[in-house]
Structure formats: structure tokens, C-alpha cells
Design a binder for this molecule. Structure first.
Ligand code: ATP
Ligand code: MG
Length: 566
């Protein structure tokens, strides 16, 4: 269920209307369903990504909205690819995202004995047989989309022979791949999933939870619907690629003495521009060292997004508001940024940091003088209060905030121009110091003492307001800025995934200057660097060097003007 620690604001909105909600309403109205039961069924073979967040939001969201419940069930039927590490990580990520599942996680592996019994039931009713074809032969016999398949020569074994062989499969008498149990349906079916699908395979591999108890494992198709039935799932919500499996899902439920009749519904999976949402491809990025790990801040995994600083609330909003459709489409990455800004605008404290520092000396300010000025912590939240920031004769401003020959509409500093230093004073640029290469190394300014706090003393206006940090008090920090991990909008469609990478996806700024209040924020703190964007304290932070990740920039009005002039 939705985490009870969430405020009612967090869960007050149900999100846009969609067909799944309509189906559930109809099922409740017609009495097909009493309590709505859904499940989120991750396979523990990788970390959760933002696509899973959509499925989580839908499954937990529908159950919550209609007063039912949602199970977390690990679909752990493939011991070769699955690991305990993932089981723990998935639960941790779900908790972080703000969802709970009534205490206990469920596992398809808990049902292995029941599934085995049902498999014997199918053999007894003549609906399943043991096949000796190997996997290549099975593929060969299966036919194609345009050609029907052929019956296996082992298809007409007697019930007794099938039972005997299946029991011996379980008893470890056969090597990997030697025999399978297949449903006896229709090799001529137009739906390949119905051409005698494999239900069990021999696989001598220890399972993370059942250890050496089994050497035969059920396939996804045999485990999934039956697990739904055991748990009393009413609406088994999955992504579109399973639509072709639905006839099999229904066939199995129909041919087995399951305690209830779950139904499968398919919705479009989430695709997000400029990234990939496939565990296999994400694994490739990790294994090839393209990213620093599953939690690299550029990864679309929940761990990556969390380390980047995206709040769980923003992900919940995103997953809910993208809606649920029947046809595939891609969501613009910008929408995730929008949801992130919406949350952080309310919650993040404002601070000042200069990423590309340019020194400014205020000539008419007393040599050894300094003073404390009051700065607002969050204009969106009065209870966040104010803080004192130190100001003295030397400060840093952003190099981009100065231009020697400014174009029209550049309202920041330039020779002879007056601007406001936020919370401090009006200053006018009087001189520019350059090095031998003509590079600007320092600006000289004068300030107007009557403009303390950044207030105009006489009604005169300045167009620009700059952020700054006091040179003496500033702390050095490392700031990691990010762009999309991929240059291609749909990297998943590229033949060479790695060639689609954006070479500029990460820029490390080694010597940013931050105000002292930022230097002691704990890991994970999200702040707004005024005029720049939202940033988050990275776990690489040490006592000597705070490290920040850029979460999302503020919308930059100057960049917009510049781009529109191109
Ligand atoms: P991947 O394609 O990344 O390997 P998967 O579907 O194999 O993902 P599972 O662990 O089996 O991953 O997924 C658990 C649930 O999450 C399934 O119900 C699946 O349909 C859903 N899911 C996975 N990816 C997405 C996505 N991009 N959008 C919506 N739901 C998703
Ligand atoms: Mg899967």
C-alpha cells in the first residue's frame, strides 16, 4: 500500500483517467471482483528502473484507489540469472519510492510444489507431455509466423509414461536441456505461444531461495498466471509484449483447478527519450564501464535517479501523470525534469554557489571590513526562515555573468553597467583586469552603500541580479553537471548502443565556490543553487571536499533568448 508516512497531499490525486481504471470500476460494479488485488512482479535479475516505477505506480495505485491490496512478488523462476543482491535492492528501492506491501514479499518459488502438482494434473488430463526434443529441435518444429509448426514425435506418449518421465526429471535423472514438459495445445495455432509451449525445463542450478531442492524449473508462462491465481490476484497488469501470451495465460487457468480466475490486462510500457529502459542494455552500460555503476546519476535506474537527487515524490508524480495507454509511445525526458522542478521548488533550500568563478574586488568597500546580510532560505516556504551570509571586499561571481561587449538583452555585468548582488548591494563595474593572454582575471567594481540588502536607494532600477559568494568564506566544491546519457532520442533503436552515447553527458567542475552553509549538508540533501538549478550532495563527499550532482537546471531565460536568436 502507499506508505502511511506520506501526507494526504501526496496521494490526493489519482492521476489521469485510463482504461484500466474503467475495467476495474466495471468489474467491481458487476460483482466479478470483490476486493481488487494486484501485484508487482519483478524478476530479480537487475535493478529497478523508471519503467518499473510506472508499473509500480499503476499496480499499487489501483489497489489503493479501490481499497484493495498489491503484492510484491518476485518472479524468481530463472536461477541462472537471479541473485539475492537484486531481491534486497528491489525492496530497498520500492521503500524509497514510498510503497509498502503488507510486510512480506512473496516469491514464485514459494509455489514450486503447488506448480509441480498442477503440472502433474495437466499430464493426467492429457494436456501435457514430456518431450525429448532439445531446444534447437523445438525451435525447428515450432514453425514461423507464416508456417504452422509440426508435432513432436514424443507428443503422443501415454499418461503413465509422461508421469514417469516427469517424476524422473524432478529426481535429477536427466541432464540440462534433455527433456521438457510441454502443454499439448495446437502446433497449428496462429499464435506461436500456443504451439505446445514449454512449461518445465531441466536446469541443474542452485536457486537463491530453494537451494538444491529443484533441478526442474517452471517457465514464466507456467509460473506467472498460476502464481496470480494462488494469490487471488484479480487484475494482472502487464506490459504489451505479453498480449500474445494472454491466450496461454487463460488456457492454463482454464485447464487447472486454480482457486480463482485472475485476468491479464496489458498496457504500454514506459519509454523515455534519450535513455534505454531495458535491464539488459543497462547492464551492458555497467559492464562496459560506460557509467560508474547501477547508481550512476545518469542512469534511469531508481538508484541512479535517487543519487542524482530526483525526489521520490517527483517520480511518483511522474509515474502517475504520464497516464496509462494501450499503445506504445515515448515520454519526453523534459516531463521528468518538470515534475522534479515542481517538487524541489517547494522543498529545496536556496543557496548561493558559483560554478565558474570570476573574482570581483569592490574598491570602495573597507579593506578589512565584512558584514552579515540576511538571505531567504526558500521563498516558497516561509517556515524555512532566513540565514546570515557574509559579505566583504572580495567576492566571486559567475564568469558567464560578465561580458565585455554585451549584446542587447544581456542585463548582467559589463563595463560601466550597474547590477544588483542578491541580498547585498548594487555594484558598478569600473575596470577589468586581464592576463597576458587577454583573459579576464578580475573585475573591479564600486558599490552603493545606500543599497544594502539589494534595495534601490532612490527608485533607480537595475535589470540584472547576480548570485555571488564571499571570497574569504567560500568553500571549494566539486560539482558534476550532466546532460542526457545518449545523444540519440531513441537510443534503444540504434544498432550500436554505445555509439549513441553523448560524449558530454558528464562534466566535472573541480573548483566551484559554495557558501559555507552548503559545506555541511548531509549526503542526499537537495538544494537550489540560485539562478543555476537544483543540486544534490553526492555520497562521494568527504570532509575536505563536498561533491554535488546537478539534478536539473532552472529554466534559463538568457539561454532561451540566445537560442531563439540563432
Ligand atoms: P526489462 O525489459 O527492463 O528487462 P522486464 O519486463 O524484464 O524489464 P521485470 O522485472 O520482469 O522486468 O518487470 C517487472 C514488471 O515491471 C513487469 O510487470 C513489467 O511488465 C514491468 N515493466 C518493466 N519495464 C517496464 C516499463 N518500461 N514500463 C512499464 N512497466 C514495465
Ligand atoms: Mg521480465
Amino acid at each position: 500500500m502507499i506508505n502511511p508516512n506520506l501526507s494526504s497531499d501526496d496521494i490526493k490525486r489519482d492521476g489521469p483517467d485510463h482504461f484500466i481504471r474503467e475495467i476495474i470500476k466495471d468489474d467491481l460494479a458487476s460483482g466479478r471482483v470483490g476486493e481488487v488485488v494486484t501485484r508487482f512482479p519483478p524478476e530479480p535479475n537487475g535493478y529497478l528502473h523508471i519503467g518499473h516505477a510506472k508499473s509500480i505506480s499503476l499496480n499499487f495505485g489501483m489497489a489503493a484507489e479501490f481499497g484493495g491490496h498489491c503484492n510484491l512478488r518476485f518472479d524468481d523462476t530463472n536461477p541462472v540469472k537471479e541473485e539475492h543482491e537484486y531481491i534486497d535492492a528491489i525492496q530497498e528501492d520500492l521503500n524509497w519510492l514510498g510503497f509498502e506491501w503488507g510486510g512480506k514479499a512473496l516469491y514464485a518459488s514459494d509455489y514450486f510444489e503447488q506448480l509441480y502438482t498442477w503440472a502433474e494434473n495437466l499430464i493426467e488430463s492429457g494436456d501435457a507431455y514430456v518431450d525429448d526434443l532439445d531446444s534447437d529441435q523445438i525451435r525447428e518444429y515450432r514453425g514461423t509466423l507464416t508456417e504452422p509448426g509440426r508435432n513432436s514425435p514424443y507428443r503422443d506418449r501415454s499418461v503413465d509414461e509422461n508421469l514417469d518421465l516427469f517424476r524422473r526429471m524432478r529426481a535429477a535423472e536427466f541432464p540440462n536441456g534433455a527433456r521438457t514438459l510441454r502443454a499439448k495445445i495446437d502446433m497449428g495455432s496462429g499464435n506461436i505461444n500456443m504451439r505446445d509451449p514449454v512449461l518445465y525445463r531441466v536446469l541443474h542450478a542452485p536457486h537463491p531461495r530453494t537451494g538444491d531442492a529443484w533441478c526442474i524449473y517452471p517457465t514464466y508462462d507456467f509460473a506467472h498466471g498460476q502464481s496470480d491465481a494462488i494469490e487471488g490476484v484479480t487484475h494482472s497488469l502487464c506490459t504489451l509484449e505479453f498480449a500474445d501470451h494472454r491466450p496461454l495465460y487463460e488456457w492454463l487457468i482454464e485447464h487447472l483447478p486454480t482457486p480463482c480466475l485472475p485476468k491479464q490486462y496489458e498496457f504500454a510500457r514506459l519509454n523515455l527519450t534519450y535513455t534505454v529502459l531495458s535491464k539488459r542494455k543497462l547492464m551492458q552500460l555497467v559492464q562496459e564501464g560506460v557509467v560508474s555503476g547501477w547508481d550512476d546519476p545518469r542512469m534511469p535506474t531508481l538508484r541512479g535517479l535517487r543519487r542524482r537527487g530526483i525526489p521520490a515524490a517527483a517520480l511518483r508524480d511522474f509515474a502517475r501523470d504520464i497516464g496509462v495507454a494501450r499503445a506504445d509511445s515515448a515520454v519526453d525526458y523534459g516531463f521528468l525534469e518538470f515534475c522534479t522542478r515542481e517538487v524541489l521548488n517547494q522543498s529545496a533550500l536556496r543557496r548561493m554557489a558559483v560554478l565558474n568563478p570570476l573574482k570581483v574586488v569592490i574598491d570602495n568597500y573597507p579593506e578589512d571590513g565584512s558584514e552579515l546580510l540576511e538571505a531567504i532560505n526558500n521563498p516558497e516556504d516561509e517556515s524555512a526562515g532566513t540565514r546570515q551570509i557574509e559579505f566583504s571586499r572580495e567576492i566571486y561571481i559567475e564568469r558567464d555573468d560578465y561580458m565585455e561587449n554585451p549584446p542587447k538583452k544581456f542585463f548582467r555585468l559589463s563595463p560601466g553597467r550597474e547590477v544588483r548582488l542578491r541580498y547585498a548591494y548594487f555594484v558598478t563595474c569600473t575596470d577589468v583586469v586581464k592576463d597576458a593572454n587577454g583573459e579576464v582575471v578580475e573585475l573591479r567594481c564600486t558599490y552603493d552603500p545606500a543599497s544594502r540588502g539589494g534595495q534601490s536607494p532612490d527608485g533607480r532600477k537595475v535589470r540584472g541580479t547576480l548570485h555571488w559568494v564571499d571570497a574569504k568564506r567560500a568553500v571549494n566544491a566539486q560539482v558534476r553537471r550532466f546532460e542526457h546519457l545518449f545523444a540519440s532520442e531513441n537510443p534503444g533503436s540504434e544498432d550500436d548502443l554505445l555509439a549513441a552515447l553523448n560524449p558530454n553527458s558528464k562534466t566535472v567542475i573541480e573548483e566551484a565556490k559554495i557558501e559555507p552553509a552548503l559545506a555541511t549538508d548531509p549526503v542526499g540533501t537537495q538544494v537550489q543553487f540560485e539562478r543555476l538549478g537544483y543540486f544534490c550532495v553526492d555520497p562521494d563527499t568527504t570532509t575536505d571536499l563536498p561533491v554535488f550532482n546537478e539534478i536539473v537546471p532552472l529554466r534559463d531565460t538568457w539561454k532561451k533568448i540566445k537560442n531563439s536568436q540563432r
